[in-house]
Design a protein around this ligand. Structure first.
Ligand code: D5M
Ligand code: FE
Ligand code: ZN
Length: 511
């Protein structure tokens, strides 16, 4: 069935002065010729109609004469409507007269449908068997080693073993052990599909500091000289899969923006309802005219049983009610924006990454504005700009494990840069990160994105790594008891606004 963008349909109806039910828009979008259907509808509709119903659309599509009753339509329990920017509906959404006024002043948005890559929702094959772990690590090795192959003339570990002492050699492997020797050098054990081989990095080499950046299970390449007995590789150079310095990101060819947020934690006593309402109101204002997309990088709700004693801080204890409440907050956002979201560790999906997007029942609850819901991680392309959405649980691991002072909660973008360098969103298996074994490693950053958008650490971070824009969005949750106990002060009410045409970021603050 040919499908026009629902957003375009809403825009056409809005331009003619009508609102429409969600189902009416869906029907029009799915019509054989949506433009003709809209045209026919506008011809037939009575001018005093405010909201076009599905019944009216069906009448037009069936070629029947116009009728205004809508009794044949079963809403399927869906109560949300596809709101246009028309003043009446803006008032209904926000309950704020000022926004109502502003809404009627702003020009309509015309976002395009996002294109998604790496959404593994419905693709999960893992059964948790040993074989799945073997295949996910094999896939990780194969994809990451392919990125490194051009940089070294590597040999498999078993081939290195049979080479004579003193020979030049190179190896691509998964880091399985990092030890310092008695003299302060580093012994890094690397594993490929054929076996393992030890590599020695001397402490006085210029790249010795790279060892500090290593995490277990990441894939690197080393090049050097075999020891006299041929049993160790003395490393002369070390490579990460990395992003080339020459990387040039793509940009949109018109002025259009995306708001990048995360970590609302609706249902928590600390959810900053007022800050969210202010943000939503701002989106209705002319100042936000160019903001056509809203990306949410996980932790939409607070969830239940995520941390010990979490129930003491819950405002809403039922998970479905939390999503109902979240959905209400989503409805406050202008209906002509495209919304993309992925789950986080507080959301009601499996905790292990990759996290498939929600089950149908929760999707239905969150169906306001036809939001696009993908797995964590996923990459969406908006106006030609590819954005990797990853909630960010591994950032905790990086901050805890990496000794470099710049990789800290105060600069989450620096931790995000490490993910790009390692070309994997959760390099270390185990620890804080749970990884679900799948046939394929969906966590490899296969294609270099133009932008990485994360959340989770509740700290704002805007940076870049070899011209890839990095954004951590902060949160809409006030400081929790846990955060107080470990002295984390979250960046609250923050909404980084990304220019898709320049990749510049302006941070808006609503708290
Ligand atoms: O995570 C918000 C941030 O706070 C993230 O850096 C983890 C950390 N955090 C929050 N609560 C806990 C507990 N109880 N233990 C360990 N780390 C925690 P979020 O995903 O929003 O909870
Ligand atoms: Fe969070
Ligand atoms: Zn989180």
């Amino acid at each position: 069935m040919p499908r026009a963008s629902p957003v375009r349909i809403v825009k056409q109806l809005t331009a003619a002065g009508y609102n429409a039910d969600r189902e009416a828009v869906t029907l029009l979008a799915g019509a054989p010729d949506p433009d003709r259907a809209v045209e026919a509808l506008l011809d037939q509709i009575e001018s005093e109609t405010v909201t076009i119903t599905a019944g009216e659309v069906r009448a037009v599509l069936n070629g029947a004469t116009h009728r205004t009753d809508d009794t044949t339509v079963s809403g399927g329990g869906e109560t949300s409507t596809n709101r246009s920017k028309a003043a009446a509906s803006a008032a209904e959404v926000t309950g704020v007269e000022q926004a109502d006024q502003e809404a009627s002043n702003r020009s309509p948005r015309d976002p395009a449908e996002p294109i998604v890559h790496g959404d593994m929702t419905g693709e999960s094959t893992g059964t948790g068997e040993y074989e799945d772990f073997v295949s996910v690590f094999r896939d990780r090795y194969e994809r990451l080693s392919a990125m490194l192959r051009g940089r070294v003339k590597h040999r498999p570990t078993d081939a290195l073993e049979s080479m004579p002492g003193g020979a030049e050699g190179a190896l691509i492997g998964l880091v399985t052990d990092i030890r310092s020797t008695r003299n302060g050098h580093w012994l890094v054990e690397l594993e490929d599909t054929n076996g393992t081989f030890p590599a020695l990095v001397m402490k006085d080499r210029e790249f010795a500091s790279a060892v500090e950046e290593l995490l277990l299970d990441e894939v690197i390449a080393v090049q050097g000289t075999l020891s006299d007995d041929g049993g160790i590789l003395f490393v002369d150079d070390l490579f990460f899969p990395d992003v080339p310095r020459t990387f040039e990101p793509s940009t949109a060819d018109r002025h259009v923006q995306a708001a990048l947020v995360s970590d609302l934690h609706v249902g928590s006593q600390e959810f900053l309802d007022g800050a969210w309402a202010d943000f939503a109101d701002w989106l209705h204002s002319p100042a936000a005219d160019a903001v056509e997309y809203l990306l949410i990088a996980g932790d939409m709700v607070e969830g239940v049983g995520v941390y010990p004693d979490q129930d003491e801080e819950l405002d809403i204890i039922d998970i479905y009610e939390q999503y109902e409440a979240f959905s209400e907050r989503l409805k406050a956002v202008p209906g002509d924006m495209e919304i993309v979201m992925v789950p986080g560790n507080h959301d009601a999906v499996r905790l292990a990454e990759p996290q498939p997007a929600f089950e149908p029942e929760l999707r239905k609850i969150m169906s306001a504005h036809d939001a696009h819901i993908y797995s964590n991680p996923s990459t969406v392309t908006l106006e030609g700009v590819s954005i990797l959405l990853y909630h960010g649980v591994s950032l905790d691991e990086l901050v805890a494990e990496l000794p470099m002072p710049e990789v800290s909660y105060d600069q989450p973008d620096q931790a995000m840069a490490q993910l790009l360098k390692k070309r994997h969103v959760a390099p270390k298996y185990g620890g804080k990160n749970r990884i679900a074994p799948e046939k394929q490693d969906y966590l490899v950053i296969e294609d270099i994105p133009d932008v990485v958008h994360s959340g989770h650490v509740h700290k704002l971070g805007v940076g870049a790594y070899n011209d890839v824009r990095l954004v951590n969005s902060g949160c809409f949750q006030g400081q929790t008891a846990f955060q107080r106990s470990v002295n984390i002060s979250p960046d609250v009410g923050t909404a980084p606004i990304l220019d898709l045409d320049t990749l510049e970021v302006t941070v808006r603050k609503f708290a």
